[in-house]
Design a protein around this ligand. Structure first.
Ligand code: CMC
Length: 447
């Protein structure tokens, strides 16, 4: 039996049986595989019984063609450059929504009413302060510790202060409590980590400010003669958070689901997601982009030389901020951020030669057959680094900013997984290619 989706009252979709199957022939055996159709008509063959039916498994390095779950959170069409959270276009959310609205939407499935939003934001603000004693953790990291090391360790350590929330089968109320605690305290951890690393006194949170303004305030305090963080900067960071808030089954979100699937607690799962995000092929790319642009600039600005290097597989160099596993036309987030970069740098009166360099690099690469034929376009990280730099975020904190944005998505996926009926521990198979059985020889007999 194949499955199709049926729309429910609130716009979500539930699978419904229709007679569609795919046939797979393996040796003498032919099996029928159920075909699932998602709410946007994408199809997937259900191979969950394949090994029982045929003795064979599937191989898909990098999971490029494998859906690990069904999900109602984010839709992404890489060919058309479409990204929607719970059905809403990323362009609209980035322009009009607040960060809390988007977090609520991702987690609970619908945009909040004013009352729901106030309650949600209020509960987050109530929990900003870290538990007693937690601050001391930051003093024990060396000054050389990368901010992502501090963020992920302190997030895992947070579990130690909430023993009643780390059991394997949290109730709905406990899940809410966990979500609110993490949404509230991870930004505080990020800010306190930054302050301590730079030998600065921590700045306690401000409950009267928006979450984004509060975060900026805890990081940098207020500029002289200003009562609030700069509105242009708050708006830019809000957009960055929203654009990074979810991206379906990317490496870090899959990691959160992987770790959470063993029923490890959410603090551990989110901390693991942060570890996955840190890599330069994923969230660490924003830091890598700026470091690359700085290196090109220091080297005299000859970007064409770097385009040649990126095409040469033996150079080990890639154009950071280019390419994406799913987007094969353009990354809608990059478009929004490119425009935001121009706007914010213009308003702040910043001239950044790295932005000029980035634009020249983009122009050359987009005309080059190597990049065109492989469908390699600037991704979200290509311009986010320049924007974050313009609003005063230090380069090594960029991935932390990505993590703060993605936190809502990670939590939405963790909750969705826990609440999906009969979910299982994630445990992929492998095709073993090592030696076949050998006899152990004692050390004295080995040559
Ligand atoms: N520069 C030069 N060549 C590249 C690049 C690049 N940035 N990205 C991919 N290629 C080439 C790659 O060498 C391969 O060529 P060939 O077919 O001749 O072997 C082809 O394009 C396909 O690349 P791939 O590595 O098989 O593609 P993937 O889907 O496994 O990797 C990626 C996607 C994003 C990891 C990769 O494009 C990359 O390393 N980009 C640079 C790092 C980056 O910007 N990461 C941020 C991604 S967006 C933020 C996020 O959501 O995480």
């Amino acid at each position: 039996m194949a499955m199709k989706q049926q729309q429910t009252e609130k716009g979500s979709h539930v699978p419904q049986s229709v007679p569609e199957t795919a046939k797979l022939a393996l040796g003498q055996k032919t099996v029928e595989l159920p075909v699932l159709t998602g709410s946007e008509q994408e199809k997937g063959m259900d191979i969950s019984r394949l090994r029982d039916q045929t003795g064979a498994i599937t191989l898909d390095p990098g999971f490029a063609n494998t859906a690990s779950c069904t999900s109602g959170i984010t839709f992404l069409d890489g060919e058309q450059g479409i990204l929607r959270y719970r059905g809403y276009a990323i362009e609209d959310l980035a322009e009009y929504a607040t960060h809390s609205e988007v977090a609520y939407l991702l987690i609970y499935g619908n945009l909040p009413s004013l009352r729901e939003l106030e309650q949600f934001a209020g509960k987050i603000a109530e929990r900003y302060d870290l538990p007693d004693g937690m601050e001391r953790i930051f003093d024990n990291f060396p000054k050389t510790a990368h901010p992502m090391a501090v963020l992920s360790s302190a997030t895992a350590a947070l579990s130690g202060y909430y023993p009643r929330l780390i059991h394997p089968t949290p109730t709905r109320e406990e899940i809410d409590e966990i979500l609110l605690t993490l949404l509230s305290q991870v930004p505080t951890i990020a800010a306190f980590g930054y302050r301590r690393r730079h030998g600065l006194p921590v700045i306690p949170p401000r409950r009267d400010a928006s979450p984004v303004a509060n975060f900026l305030y805890m990081m940098f305090g207020l500029p002289a003669n200003q009562k609030e963080p700069d509105e242009v900067i708050v708006r830019a960071l809000r957009q960055v958070f929203i654009l990074h808030a979810d991206h379906e089954q990317n490496c870090s979100t899959s990691t959160v689901r992987m770790v959470g699937s063993s029923r490890a607690n959410a603090f551990a799962a989110i901390s693991a997601g942060m570890g996955a995000l840190w890599g330069p092929l994923h969230g660490g790319a924003n830091q890598a982009v700026i470091e690359m642009l700085e290196a090109i600039y220091r080297d005299g600005g000859d970007f064409k030389k770097y385009v040649v290097m990126a095409k040469d597989k033996t150079s080990g160099f890639r154009l950071m901020g280019f390419g994406h596993r799913v987007y094969k036309n353009f990354d809608p987030r990059a478009r929004i951020l490119k425009a935001a970069c121009d706007r914010v740098l213009g308003r702040l009166g910043v001239h950044d030669p790295l932005l000029d360099l980035a634009k020249q690099l983009e122009e050359v690469a987009l005309k080059d057959d190597y990049f065109v034929s492989r469908k390699l376009y600037p991704n979200v990280d290509f311009y986010s680094g320049i924007l974050l730099r313009a609003i005063g975020i230090p380069t090594d904190e960029f991935t932390v900013i990505f993590a703060l944005g993605r936190l809502a998505g990670w939590l939405a996926h963790w909750r969705e997984m826990l609440e999906s009926p009969g979910f299982k521990i994630n445990r992929p198979r492998q095709i073993y290619t090592g030696p076949t059985q050998r006899r152990y020889a004692p050390l004295s007999q080995r040559s």
